[in-house]
Design a binder for this molecule. Structure first.
Ligand SMILES: [Zn+2]
Ligand SMILES: [Zn+2]
Length: 245
């Protein structure tokens, strides 16, 4: 009797369990997906942002220009493409991907952001895609590197066979969240190591990551890739965090 009950529960779980929103548990028709309430909160990046680093401007009517941070010192990457603006819903989603092992959520986010990714491919025509590497200890603990999974999911939307290069490593660093841009830039100097530099000679390289906050990580990685002979480096992120805080 117990066996039958347990089998019935398994059957129910695998075949009849109602589909639920990846974020709030409301019922949905297909999985993985967001319910309409959560979907309504996804904010695509507005057109009013820095032409280089995609930092959102406060005024929505601002004409296209470069932000003061990029004017003072141009970053190593020449352009950032971002799909979403930073908001609670995106923050919650990315936290669940990184620390809650909710990888299916990454698929939903990639699905929502893939048009911007395809636009970045069409404009930049990269030869290589580089997901931002995690230190091996972090990816071992987490079981995956979310930037690599994201790059793979996004590439699936493209029908293009652009190679994803993962032969890069990263030194261990303490958590970066509390640090400002200058501190991050200092800490990140020489942190990335390229194992096969010949792969990047004269190449256009698109770095892929889940979010960009200060841009220091992408700058440091881009500098390293350019130092081994890449022609140009641009960046695609799901979400761009503003510096208003
Ligand atoms: Zn929901
Ligand atoms: Zn900028």
């Amino acid at each position: 009797m117990i066996i039958i009950k347990s089998l019935a529960q398994h059957f129910h779980h695998f075949f009849l369990a109602p589909a639920r929103c990846e974020l709030c548990d409301q019922y949905v028709k297909i999985i993985p997906s967001f319910c309409s309430d959560c979907q309504a909160q996804v904010k695509m990046l507005s057109q009013s942002h820095c032409q280089i680093c995609a930092m959102p401007f406060e005024s929505l009517e601002a004409s296209p220009h470069t932000c003061s941070v990029c004017i003072q010192k141009a970053p190593a990457f020449s352009k950032v493409y971002a799909a979403f603006e930073w908001c609670d819903m995106i923050a919650k989603s990315i936290h669940k991907v990184k620390f809650g092992a909710q990888i299916s959520l990454l698929e939903v986010l990639a699905c929502h952001g893939h048009k911007d990714f395809l636009a970045s491919l069409a404009e930049f025509r990269p030869d290589k895609i580089v997901p931002v590497p995690l230190h091996w200890r972090r990816s071992f603990k987490r079981g995956y590197n979310q930037a690599s999974l994201l790059a793979e999911k996004l590439r699936q939307f493209s029908n293009l066979d652009i190679p994803i290069v993962e032969s890069l490593s990263r030194d261990y660093q303490k958590a970066q969240a509390q640090k400002n841009r200058e501190e991050r830039l200092r800490d990140l100097r020489g942190v990335f190591k390229i194992e096969k530099p010949e792969l990047f000679l004269n190449q256009r390289v698109l770095i892929v990551d889940d979010i960009m906050t200060t841009g220091a990580t992408a700058h440091s990685l881009a500098s390293e890739i350019l130092s081994v002979g890449a022609k140009e480096v641009r960046v695609f992120v799901l979400a761009r965090v503003g510096l208003k805080k």
